[in-house]
Design a binder for this molecule. Structure first.
Ligand code: C2E
Ligand code: CA
Ligand code: CA
Length: 566
């Protein structure tokens, strides 16, 4: 019987290329590769069987070695690699990953098995790994060594960037757990993590630094849940299934660690937790619950983590209801226009109003826009609501004018989605003209979110301004790039986010911030409107620091437009 020699391969890859300086220094890079070649040859690898795979990796063909000798060589290289010094820089130890593959895995080499394996090893920070094929038994006796054995199957489910489990695999694993609820640990939890404003981070520091942050977060999460299912769902979203009893503490550590990673930006990672329960049998719904809990703490500075509870369950049901009835609500005028007064700080008189939408539901009563706007945006129906609101405002103004009453200007909210799905400028212009409302009587409010897309929104803003409409920036200060936007866009009014007033009494710095924003806007020739004014103390402070306009419950809550006579 002829013995077919096994096809075997291994690789040596430099894990700390940046620390050695070889990425910048081509001569050093070559020197390190030559040094690694010599290292492999000293472990019995034929120099003709060594090939460079990329800037940091050597591929070693070891077909001719018997298996025992092959594994011994891998073990030897792993052992000796701990003492490697970087040529020319003795201070930095050269950190090497030794990967080995069996014949079966070798065949899929063309499918980047080595790259996937490296991602896995980098993530798990393991020095050597053996990718097993179907002949796993042969290697069993080496299992007590410090080589980590990983299966080809295992690799297939890993995200090559982060080394974490892929989304599809996550759902399969979670579904298995839910299907077997009776045997499921009552402590089982589904965790959803989301990095806030990751887009701004990328934009400010570049994609490469963004990737580094993502890898850091991936490792931090895995570090807290080393033996649990940890998945990379999409760019800046991660999920975990765990039975760990102290989940809250771990989430707090992840939050702090992520914040500390970049001192000035202080990235916020938010977490939603869903406690597995027999009523939820679908993995997608379970993750949705964790996601909703996570979204509920978005933008909050004081909490980073929330458990899915009764309140959120109600919100989930309402959201589903909204999604199902969205079309109907829009076409049957369940949406109603409310108006809230805006007051001139100097005169104390009403100088305008903001139109705010309400969903007046025959079964559920009045629903807040915080619930239905995001759902309508997702369903690409929001432009219908916004167009309807503009029409209601113009109709109301036109009626007031016709009956000889004085009218004040109004502002309407536009969603970022409006700009993507319709010509919102044309809709606003046509509506105003149809009702004979002068353009200066209407302002459009846009948030930072509307301006961070790729579309040419600057041009859209210019169209509004050129036609005589005012453009107001809403929620100024609640995102990271507000200041940047002032550089690139021209606004007529800044609406200062109400969050600043919320903790004005407790936090003296909030006062300083509001005062400086107002001063800065003045020097740029932009008027200011501060939202969320609820107390006389807040009003007095805003008069002192020279805000132009104010809006809030102190002056009036939103009421149906037809009940308002401004
Ligand atoms: P926004 O544009 O920042 O609107 C201000 C929100 O603060 C309103 O909530 C208003 O009722 C509330 N508010 C006003 N004064 C005070 C106060 O003194 N204290 C407190 N705590 N809250 C105050 P509302 O009406 O629930 O609207 C929420 C958000 O929904 C709005 O935030 C806006 O972003 C969005 N929205 C509302 N109507 C529309 C619409 O027609 N189209 C679009 N695209 N978005 C809308
Ligand atoms: Ca607004
Ligand atoms: Ca606002």
């Amino acid at each position: 019987m002829s013995v077919v020699p096994p096809r075997q391969a291994a690789f040596l890859s430099v894990a700390n290329l940046d620390e050695t300086g070889a990425r910048e220094d081509k001569a050093l890079a070559t020197e390190i590769m030559n040094y690694l070649r010599a290292f492999a040859v000293s472990h019995g690898v034929n120099s003709g069987h060594i090939r460079q795979m990329d800037e940091r990796t050597l591929l070693l063909r070891l077909d001719e070695l018997p298996r025992e000798a092959f594994l011994q060589a891998i073990l030897g290289m792993t052992e000796d690699s701990r003492n490697l010094k970087t040529p020319g820089n003795e201070q930095v130890p050269l950190k090497i990953r030794v990967g080995a593959m069996s014949e079966r895995a070798m065949r899929s080499f063309v499918n980047d098995a080595a790259q996937d394996m490296l991602a896995y090893m980098n993530h798990a920070d393991c020095a050597s790994a053996f990718l097993t094929g179907d002949e796993i038994d042969i290697w069993r006796k080496f299992e007590s060594s410090n080589i980590e054995f990983i299966s080809h199957e295992q690799l297939k489910y890993l995200d090559p960037f982060s080394g974490l489990i892929k989304e599809s695999r996550f759902f399969t694993l979670l579904q298995h757990i839910l299907d077997d609820f009776e045997h499921c640990d009552p402590k089982a939890r589904v965790l959803f993590f989301d990095i806030e404003d990751f887009k701004s981070y990328n934009r400010t520091f570049g994609l490469e630094r963004g990737d580094e942050l993502l890898l850091h977060v991936a490792r931090t999460i895995k570090g807290q849940f080393p033996t649990d299912v940890v998945a990379h769902l999409s760019i800046d979203r991660f999920a975990v299934v765990t039975n760990s009893p102290d989940v809250m503490r771990k989430c707090a550590i992840i939050h702090e660690d992520t914040k500390a990673y970049h001192k000035s930006f202080a990235p916020e990672i938010k977490c939603g937790i869903f406690k597995v329960d027999p009523l939820v049998t679908s993995a997608h719904v379970a993750l949705d619950c964790a996601k909703i809990a996570c979204e509920s703490v978005k933008g909050r500075y004081d909490v980073s983590c929330r458990i899915f509870d009764g309140d959120l369950r109600e919100r989930l049901f309402t959201r589903r209801y909204v999604a199902r009835h969205a079309e109907h609500a829009v076409s049957n005028q369940w949406i109603r226009a409310y108006a809230q007064p805006v007051v001139d700080t100097t005169t104390g008189e009403v100088c305008g109003f903001e139109a705010l939408a309400r969903w007046d539901d025959p079964n559920r009563g009045i629903l807040s826009p915080a619930i239905f706007i995001p759902t309508l945006e997702e369903a690409h129906l929001i432009h219908k609501v916004d167009a309807y609101m503009v029409n209601e405002v113009c109709r109301h103004m036109s009626e007031e004018l016709r009956s000889g009453r004085a009218v004040v200007p109004a502002s309407v909210n536009l969603s970022r989605v409006d700009f993507a799905i319709c010509d919102i400028f044309e809709i606003v212009r046509e509506t105003c003209d149809r009702w004979h409302i002068p353009h200066h009587m209407l302002a459009v409010e846009v948030t930072e979110g509307a301006l961070d897309g790729t579309a040419n929104l600057r041009q859209e803003m210019d169209r509004f301004r050129a036609a005589g409409f005012e453009v107001w920036m809403d929620d100024f200060g609640c995102g990271y790039s507000s200041l940047n936007l002032l550089k690139d866009y021209e606004f007529d009014v800044l609406k200062v986010d109400m969050e600043f007033l919320r903790d004005m009494d407790a936090n003296a710095r909030s006062k300083t911030i509001v005062a400086s924003v107002i001063e800065m806007a003045k020097s740029l020739g932009i008027r200011t409107l501060v939202e969320g004014v609820e107390t006389e103390a807040q009003r007095d402070f805003l008069c002192d620091v020279g805000a132009d306009m104010m809006q809030g419950y102190l002056f009036g809550r939103p009421l149906p437009l037809e009940l308002r006579a401004f």
